[in-house]
Design a protein around this ligand. Structure first.
Ligand code: CTP
Length: 222
């Protein structure tokens, strides 16, 4: 199967020297890419700025802004069987980007922000998409309720939820996995490499199940 994986943060420029970003390291997404390659899958890794070496056998696409990530994902999603959107995409970007460095002043200064496009939701709401769609949810409270809401609103097959206070910038995490049919799975505290292997196994099993079901439906209709 071909896996498309997004990872890392995005950077939303304010002026030529400043940007808005977040603390995502990209470790979880890169670990999933490594685990998918290890399991014999093809991988397209679309990554925001991260200080990690990309897996050698992956097709690597480096992006910076949420708009660049949006375009790269949409160019490659239909060629993939599993799309795993693990990136911590900025939710807002400056409404205007100054072409020159903004100079310091003594008065209060505020920045007008506008929402970025939601990449995961744009794939989920795409009619008749064939790939298995997996989203991530980084939460600090009401993890299960918030993740279930994201699963519904973004029309994903699977949401992998984690406590942002444990998972950000660290080598370990624990996960709660919610499936479209209401099933739920927990993976206890473990290194991201181990979690990634388990996730890849779950994703490929579900993708196979989804494609088998669709093939049966096509055969029955013809
Ligand atoms: N996501 C995305 N595009 C965005 C924002 C988020 O594709 N502009 C994806 C992330 O890659 C992740 C999922 O949506 O798979 C959930 O991201 P998260 O930051 O947890 O949630 P948000 O939708 O941004 O909501 P909130 O920040 O309010 O929790």
């Amino acid at each position: 199967m071909r896996f498309l994986i997004t990872a890392g943060p995005t950077r939303e420029p304010i002026d030529p020297v400043r940007y808005i970003s977040n603390r995502s390291s990209g470790k979880m997404g890169y670990a999933i890419a490594e685990a998918a390659l290890e399991a014999g899958h093809d991988v397209i890794l679309i990554s925001g700025p991260a200080s990690l070496a990309p897996p050698r056998k992956a097709k690597f696409i480096s992006v910076s802004t949420s708009d660049e990530m949006f375009d790269a994902v949409h160019r490659h999603a239909d060629k993939s069987e599993v799309c795993v959107l693990c990136a911590a995409v900025a939710d807002y970007k400056p409404a205007q980007v100054s072409p020159v460095k903004i100079k310091k002043g003594n008065a209060e200064f505020s920045l007008e922000l506008m929402p970025t496009r939601d990449i995961l939701q744009s794939l989920g709401l795409q009619e008749r998409h064939k790939f298995l769609l997996v989203g991530f949810a980084a939460e600090t409270d009401h993890i299960e309720e918030n993740a279930a809401k994201k699963l519904r609103e973004k029309n994903c097959d699977i949401i992998v939820a984690n406590d942002a206070r444990i998972g950000m910038e660290t080598d370990e995490n624990k996960l709660l996995i919610l499936f479209r049919d209401g099933e739920m799975n927990k993976i206890s505290h473990a290194p991201k490499q181990n979690l990634a292997r388990e996730l890849v196994e779950i994703f490929s099993k579900f993708a196979t199940k989804k494609f088998d079901k669709e093939n049966v439906m096509i055969t029955e209709r013809t």
